[in-house]
Design a protein around this ligand. Structure first.
Ligand code: OOB
Length: 546
């Protein structure tokens, strides 16, 4: 066998190799991460198997309907894996997963992984534009959805996506399948063949980028790097088998999934629970009911939860740690958390691309309230650079560049973008403006990339503007983020043209184009012209100030 055939796994029926377009860690770096013990050769499937072997009767998933033990979760994942392979899916095939925070999320994720399939983890709020793009980009063969969430029917969305993406052969549904396949029907499959053993250096799953320009990008994470991400995060949070993690943010997002989230909790044998509704009423009830000890939220929720203790009378005494991240937490809100919720605050500054920063449990209170934490790993390399790419003096502000054992070396199938988003020696240009204290803690001051961060969801201005310009009455369009006390930033759209649509009409127009709900504008302004910079770009700074 030649080296090349050994390295390239069998092609799936779609004819595409999942590693085609993947940018691996350079061999030398990979060896160093392995030698230093950051990469252990465990797969994500091993995390569950090891816990299920050590503590089979411990609770893994807590829900309204009961408790699933580790032995049960492990077995359910294996059965689903066999069912998926029996359907004709082949290891390495991509599966677009769009499950909300339901208990089935855990079985589905581990089942897909155990079959050697690669989950593409999309968010419940994604709609046709995003799902079609991600399914096409990944050559997905299956799409895993709930039946309905609120009044949105994912089975209808699946039909639209399926008719546009020919590789998508299977739609699997949690709940009432309609004309599709019920996950429950294939999840009871007995073992007929052995399950694949993935290479720990191979792609485990794909996360969706917050998106800086245009449509979201895919971030392929390997077993080695993602297991490290989850286990090192669990250690920083001192997670143990006695912890109960509440998945408050959408489970498919990197923060609740692996920082330390679901995977970090499974690694230490703790219990996971889910809430579909992050409001204080629902989340506090879940905390009381399941004895939740740790959860993670975005800043607007932290603010709301801190205020809600005044009118909600749930018992939150089990909660020991509230992680807050995804967007900048104002110091004024940071200081409110501990007195209100009677638990410790941890700031988390992370990105699906990799790098995670955490305030440490034993950090002094002022560092916890005024910084966004310090890098998770001793092997995280941080550079802060000026507009010309030169390192700034220590303590000065600049763009954060990073490289390390769990940070991507390139987006999946995006060579052109990668040439701009990475330095030649493999540092990821985060687009975040930071300064670093002598302690290593980072303070985030903003972004150089043009993105609106609405309650922790990143919205690409470019993408939104492109859709607005498709409206016949719109001549020029600009999207800017405006400060908002509840959301951090809200979406403001400025339009130039004649007979322009009203805000409800703009929303209806974008919705009809299949745009995600969280990207819809909150406010609308009309203008005679847009301000321009010296080189003729739209001057967003001036717009924001006007
Ligand atoms: C998390 O991941 P993404 O990929 O949705 O968004 C990453 C971007 C960062 O580049 C930064 O611009 C912003 O979101 N961000 C923060 C922040 N945390 C993220 N900006 C200021 N302060 C913070 N604490 O958002 C994410 C991933 C893992 C853990 C936590 C958050």
């Amino acid at each position: 066998m030649t080296l090349s055939t050994k390295l390239s796994p069998e092609l799936s029926p779609t004819g595409t190799d999942h590693r085609d377009g993947y940018v691996p860690f350079p061999a030398e770096a990979a060896r160093a991460y392995r030698d230093a013990g950051y990469w252990t050769g465990r797969t994500i499937g091993h995390l569950l198997r090891d816990t299920a072997t050590a503590t089979p009767d411990r609770p893994a998933v807590l829900s309204e309907t009961g408790t699933q033990t580790y032995a049960e979760l492990d077995e359910a994942a294996d059965r689903l894996a066999h069912g998926l392979l029996a359907l004709g899916l082949t290891p390495g095939d991509r599966v677009v997963m769009q499950l909300p925070n339901v208990p089935e999320f855990a079985t589905a994720l581990f089942g897909v992984l155990r079959a050697g399939l690669i989950p593409v983890l999309t968010l419940p709020a994604h709609r046709r534009v995003e799902i079609e793009h991600l399914a096409r980009l990944s050559d997905a063969v299956a799409y895993l959805i709930p039946d309905k969430l609120g009044d949105f029917d994912y089975r209808t969305l699946a039909e639209e996506v399926q008719s546009a993406v020919p590789t998508l052969r299977h739609v699997l549904v949690v709940g009432d399948p309609g004309d599709h396949t019920a996950l429950a029907d294939i999840a009871n499959h007995e073992a007929h063949q052995s399950l694949p053993t993935p290479d720990p250096g191979d792609i485990a799953l794909m996360l969706v980028s917050g998106g800086t320009t245009g449509l979201p990008k895919l971030i392929a994470r390997t077993h080695d790097d993602y297991v490290y991400n989850a286990t090192a995060s669990a250690e920083v949070c001192a997670l143990t088998a006695d912890d109960v993690y509440l998945t408050t943010l959408p489970a498919a997002h990197n923060f609740p999934l692996a920082c330390p989230g679901i995977l970090g909790t499974v690694a230490v044998g703790g219990a996971i629970t889910f809430t579909l509704d992050p409001s204080p009423e629902a989340a506090f009830a879940a905390i009381q009911r399941h004895g939740v000890t740790v959860t993670g939220v975005v800043p607007p929720l932290a603010q709301l939860w801190s205020a809600a203790v005044e009118w909600e009378d749930a018992d939150l005494s089990s909660l020991r740690l509230l992680q807050v991240g995804g967007a900048r937490l104002a110091e004024a809100n940071a200081v409110e958390v501990e007195p209100a919720l009677k638990c410790q605050l941890q700031q988390v500054f992370g990105m699906a691309e990799g790098l995670l920063n955490y305030t440490r449990l034993d950090d002094p209170a002022d560092l916890i309230c005024t910084t966004q934490g310090r890098p998770l790993s001793p092997a995280d390399e941080i550079r802060v650079v000026d507009a010309d790419g030169n390192d700034v003096a220590p303590g000065e502000g600049g763009e954060l560049l990073t490289r390390g054992p769990y940070t991507l070396r390139g987006y999946y199938r995006a060579p052109e973008h990668n040439s701009r988003a990475f330095t030649p020696d493999g540092f990821y240009r985060s687009g975040d403006l930071v300064r670093q204290l002598p302690s290593g803690h980072l303070i985030v001051s903003g972004r150089i990339k043009d993105v609106i961060n609405r309650g922790g969801e990143n919205i690409s201005c470019d993408e939104l503007e492109e859709h607005l310009l498709a409206h016949p009455a719109v001549r020029h369009a600009a999207a800017v983020g405006l400060p908002d006390t509840a959301l951090g930033e809200k979406v403001c759209v400025v339009l130039v043209g004649t007979d322009l649509p009203t805000l409800p009409e703009v929303k209806a127009f974008l919705t009809a184009r299949g745009l995600a709900t969280y990207k819809l504008p909150d406010t609308l302004r009309y203008a005679d012209a847009l301000p321009l910079t010296a080189v003729g770009k739209i001057d967003k700074k001036a717009l924001r100030a006007s």
